[in-house]
Structures are given as C-alpha cells and as structure tokens.
Design a protein around this ligand. Sequence first.
Ligand SMILES: [Zn+2]
Length: 41
Amino acid sequence: MLENVVEFFKNLPSKQCTECGEKIEEQSECYSNTCEKCNSL
Ligand SMILES: [Zn+2]
C-alpha cells in the first residue's frame, strides 16, 4: 500500500513556474504554481 503511494508521487510530473517556466522543486507546504523567486516578488 505505502509503496504504491510512493510510486505515485515519484511519477508525478515536475511542476513548472507559470511565470518564468523554471522547474519548481518539491516543497512540503507550498503548492503554488510559481517558483520561489517569482513567489517573493
Ligand atoms: Zn518563476
């Protein structure tokens, strides 16, 4: 069961910043569509 969940998240496509197109690193509590740089603007 748990392994399936891990695989599910592994297979998620990496997100891209909607502002600059930069790849967004996974963040535990941040699910915005922009990268840190654009977020702080
Ligand atoms: Zn950005």
